[in-house]
Design a protein around this ligand. Structure first.
Ligand code: BTN
Length: 329
């Protein structure tokens, strides 16, 4: 039934707002008109609106405000993204779920999306607020055949691909705050990324890329510090369309990462979306603070810091805090 819903919705997406004939739909999908009618009635209960166009059929005039599995699938098929995507109503953490599925031998790559997480996690053991059903909690799972050392620019590359996608598809400019945050122009966090890998001595066994993206709502608890695509871009977006587009963009970014072709645009894209460049920052690395001016990244994704003594150092990992510029002496 979910596949039938996906096919029905795909026909409406292909019609791009024009009417779709119920008879034609029934013939093309090889089901009765009554079956199509029953599915439309059910989809209406799930938040879709179809208006009857006399003698022409139905028009899709509204989609659900929360992620909808069949609609995501329809968008993915329209984008020709052949990646299995499971949408769960609730899970502890999509990263944990992806890890469990990888451990159980699931075929990768695959995506896991949840409407809510009960134990969403961020970097450094922090909690990721995951109560809002209109936001995206997504994990992509891969079984890469690459050496562990090659992973270092991975999260940054995925973040840059996301910035490029959101700008080209939705006109929303976000910046990348090294190494895992996407911020709006006022420095408020719109998305966070969490990469987790199981690594053998000479190769990455499996890899999970987690993304929390505020689409419609920013977490109430983080008022002032967080924002969302709706607030930043000023328009209401269909979360399922956003989710499918993001999954498609990240799946393509992964291919470019795996075959190393990402190198051709990595540093250029970073300088376009870098929101730290030229700013005074403090990096905390294993509890030790290091201050300086951010000067971009190197090709391994390490942050380049100009220290007070004039020397430049590369920081491979850590937590960045922006510091106010010192007043001129
Ligand atoms: C951070 O900013 O510290 C990273 C946040 C990552 C949150 C996402 S939500 C989907 C996936 N599942 C999780 O438990 N965490 C990531």
């Amino acid at each position: 039934m979910a596949a039938l819903d996906g096919s029905i919705l795909r026909a409406f997406l292909d019609a791009e707002g024009e009417a779709v004939s119920g008879d034609r739909l029934a013939k093309e999908l090889g089901v009765s008109r009554v079956a199509v009618w029953a599915r439309l009635a059910r989809l209406r209960r799930e938040g879709f609106r179809f208006t009857a166009a006399p003698r022409k059929g139905y028009k899709l005039t509204a989609t659900p405000k929360v992620l909808h599995a069949a609609l995501i699938e329809a968008h993915l098929r329209r984008l020709r993204i052949h990646l299995s995507c499971e949408v769960l109503t609730e899970v502890d953490s999509t990263n944990s779920e992806a890890e469990r599925r990888l451990a159980a031998g699931a075929e990768a790559p695959f995506a896991v999306v949840a409407l809510r997480q009960t134990a969403g996690r961020g970097r450094l053991g922090r909690r990721w607020h995951s109560a809002q059903a209109g936001n995206l909690y997504l994990s992509l799972a891969f079984r890469p055949f690459i050496e562990p050392a090659r992973l270092s620019p991975f999260t940054i590359w995925m973040g840059l691909a996301l910035c490029e996608h959101l700008e080209s598809q939705h006109g929303i400019h976000l910046g990348l705050k090294w190494p895992n945050d996407l911020l709006d122009d006022r420095g408020r966090k719109v998305a966070g990324m969490l990469t987790e890998a199981r690594v053998d001595a000479d190769r990455v066994r499996d890899l999970v890329f987690g993304l929390g993206l505020n689409i419609g709502e920013r977490p109430e608890e983080l008022r002032g510090l967080a924002s969302s695509l709706r607030e930043t871009g000023g328009k209401v977006l269909d979360p399922s369309a956003v989710a499918a587009g993001v999954i498609g963009a990240l799946a393509k970014a992964w291919e470019a990462f795996e075959d190393a072709s990402f190198r051709r645009s990595f540093l250029r894209l970073h300088s376009r979306y870098d929101c730290l460049n030229g700013k005074r920052v403090r990096v905390t690395l294993r509890g030790q603070p290091l201050s300086g001016i951010a000067e971009g990244i190197d090709d391994a994704g390490a942050l380049l810091l100009r220290l007070a003594n004039g020397k430049r150092t590369a920081v491979a990992s850590g937590e960045v805090t922006l510091r106010p510029r010192r007043p001129a002496a």
